[in-house]
Design a protein around this ligand. Structure first.
Ligand code: MIG
Length: 647
């Protein structure tokens, strides 16, 4: 880029500072601070609220991992990373804070990025249908306004502001099987063997908390996983990468090296009085590493080496909002309160108060005020920078991978996130439920994740909580084959949902084979999005801004530059309505080799799609490459491609 072009480019981004903003690490460009009120907004000093009058035709996109639809109008969203497994439409927060929004009336568009790591409320026409108001809980904010002529240009500019997205190893584009409940090496061997028997391609099996010794990070239970290193290579010979989970909390246990070192070096988060916070998560009592300190990140990041030394090449970081079952201090208070209740005659209201005391122990907001970080020499109470915790845990890992394995890509994705983390890893969207509405939620969340740079992302396919059903699984997999992170995961105690357990094993095999055949397209579209700061999945509107109908299409997506998809996400359907913004070629896949093609005109169509079928629409002048399916990504011949084209 020429210098004058760069200068021009930077002039399209304006930054307004309030209070004393933190250097969160979200932004990688140096933007000079402008005076005055952010363009398009009014600012109220008293309530510390930014407000924008929504025009009738304004569409609002963004916020990454959030609930509801693609157009965010009509609800209130709060960036306040939360471990909440019930993703109902009436909730306001999930595990992520990706404070980028794009507002577009079809003629004029602009983006905003609110760089504030505390809680930020985005009221997008909830309190007043015609007003969008933005209120950070704590004033310390860098507020960016990004100008541009259309949504794609604005997204690109935002993405250059926050830096290049993380790229995983190629094999991570394969299919992965996960479940909370694989307890032994034999459990995992069985999953691998069953996939092989069914002829369903697979590249990863995930290891949930049960592989650890008493839920201690960077340990492996030697009874359940004897000779772990050999097991890792045995699986690798089978073409399978094992991907273990790492949790944020470090178990308090004498003799446990991670605890001992962290304690001795003062690496854990401290309370006001300087003692280490004691919380409880899966391991029982834990301390939380203070990932805000570079030294701590280095130390914790290097610990992943315990597992990479054994041949592990990928991880998922969990419970890093951080999730807190209880803190020791809060529990003490609760017991005191319970005693009070015991000594008084409980009327109905008293009973409800009592229930609240007991029911609000986990992830209690007051607990996030009980500890502090050492952040660039500043002592900061956790709640003011809460949304950075998961980012910095993942950053610890990502920085260590760069340091210790500079020539290698390591798979990494996290549950909690903040903008900037997209440079170090992807995300999965947390504990969804086996519901049809959550398949739609997955479809609608993906383009927002693409906007914010979290390109390597996906949901728990089939649903994490509650029991899945075979038809839901078929439809969800038929969509999941297009998401970069493609993982079937479920919770302990729910119906087992490994694909070989169902009756239509052949259909699942065909779907996963189709995914593998599509990897050349998926991977090159993904890399293109990384390199050019573009979106991997887009709402139709972003490419067909002049086609009126596309303003409201929330259940069809563009994948890369060449195709559109229209997943079926309702039960007992044999097809669905699809709107074509221009003439396209429909390819209805039953398998990689069994498909029919039809050219369809612009407009509305009802299109048949039976269980197990996948609808792909090729745009004019584009073509879809297909590889020959293989059992593992490493066996794919990325050069031996056939093409379905629409001239
Ligand atoms: O409290 O490790 O979102 O994927 O299976 C639950 C057990 C902890 C939450 C994660 C989920 C994982 C589960 N974890």
């Amino acid at each position: 880029m020429y210098l004058h072009e760069r200068t021009d480019e930077l002039e399209k981004i304006k930054r307004y500072d309030y209070g004393t903003p933190y250097d969160t690490g979200a932004v990688v460009q140096n933007i000079v601070i402008s005076e005055g009120v952010p363009e398009h907004f009014e600012y109220d000093d008293v309530s510390e609220t930014f407000s924008y009058r929504l025009k009738d035709r304004d569409l609002v996109f963004g916020l990454g991992e959030t609930l509801r639809g693609i157009n965010k109008r009509g609800w209130i969203y709060i960036s306040d990373n939360a471990d909440d497994p019930s993703h109902d439409e009436n909730k306001t927060s999930l595990y992520a804070s990706q404070n980028f929004l794009l507002i577009d009336d079809g003629r004029e568009a602009f983006g905003i990025f609110v760089d504030n790591p505390g809680s930020v409320t985005f009221d997008i026409g909830y309190s007043d249908m015609n007003v969008m108001s933005i209120h950070p809980m704590y004033n310390d904010t860098s507020f960016y306004v990004i100008e541009g002529s259309d949504p794609l240009e604005i997204v690109g500019r935002f993405r250059r502001l926050v830096g290049k997205s993380y790229v995983p190893p190629l094999w991570a584009f394969g299919y992965g099987q996960s479940r909370w409940g694989y307890k032994t090496a034999d459990d995992i061997r069985e999953v691998a063997a069953e996939y092989k028997k069914a002829g369903i391609p697979i590249d990863m099996i995930y290891m949930d908390i049960d592989y650890m010794q008493d839920f201690k990070d960077f340990t492996v239970n030697p009874e359940r996983f004897p000779d772990f290193e050999n097991f890792v290579s045995e699986m690798k010979k089978e073409g399978i990468h094992l991907v273990p989970i790492i949790d944020a909390g470090v178990k308090i246990e004498d003799g446990y090296d991670v605890y001992e070192e962290g304690k001795q070096k003062g690496y854990f988060c401290k309370k006001e009085d300087g003692t280490d916070l004691v919380a409880a998560v899966w391991p029982g009592k834990v301390h939380f590493p203070d990932f805000f300190k570079e030294e701590v990140r280095e130390w914790f990041g290097d610990k992943y080496g315990v597992l990479t030394d054994a041949g592990i090449e990928g991880f998922w970081n969990d419970m890093n909002e951080p999730a807190i079952f209880y803190t020791e201090d809060h529990l003490k208070e609760v017991f005191e309160q319970v005693k009070d209740f015991e000594n008084r005659e409980l009327d109905i209201w008293g009973f409800f108060d009592f229930k609240d005391v007991l029911g609000n122990i986990a992830n209690n907001p007051e607990d996030y005020k009980r500890f502090y970080h050492d952040f660039n020499g500043r002592k900061v109470r956790h709640d003011r920078v809460h949304n950075l915790y998961g980012f910095y845990m993942t950053r610890a890992a990502g920085e260590a991978f760069l340091r210790n394995h500079p020539d290698k890509k390591i798979l990494m994705f996290s549950r909690a996130s903040y903008t900037g983390m997209h440079r170090y890893g992807g995300i999965w969207t947390g504990d969804n439920t086996s519901r049809w509405s959550h398949l739609l939620l997955n479809i609608q969340m993906m383009p927002a994740l693409s906007m914010t740079g979290f390109l390597f992302s996906g949901a728990d396919i089939g649903g994490f909580g509650s029991n899945t059903a075979e038809d839901l699984m078929l439809r969800w997999v038929a969509f999941g084959i297009f998401t970069p992170l493609f993982r079937n995961h479920s919770a302990l105690g729910t119906r087992e949902q490994e694909l070989y357990r169902f009756k239509h094993t052949e259909d699942f095999k065909h779907l996963i084979e189709l995914r593998y055949a599509l990897i050349p397209y998926i991977y090159s579209s993904f890399m293109n999005a990384v390199e050019k700061d573009e979106m991997y999945m887009k709402p139709l509107y972003f490419e067909y801004r002049d086609v009126e109908r596309c303003r409201e299409i929330e259940d069809q997506l563009l994948v890369g530059d060449d195709i559109m998809i229209a997943p079926v996400y309702e039960q007992n359907r044999t097809g669905r309505n699809v709107y074509l913004p221009e003439k396209m070629k429909l390819v209805r896949f039953r398998s990689v080799t069994d498909y029919d093609e039809e050219i369809l005109d612009k407009g509305d169509h009802h299109i048949r799609a039976d269980l197990g079928e996948v609808l792909v629409f090729i745009r004019p002048g584009r073509r879809l490459p297909l590889a020959k399916p293989a059992g593992h990504v490493a066996e794919l011949d990325m050069k031996d491609l056939t093409f379905i084209s629409f001239e």
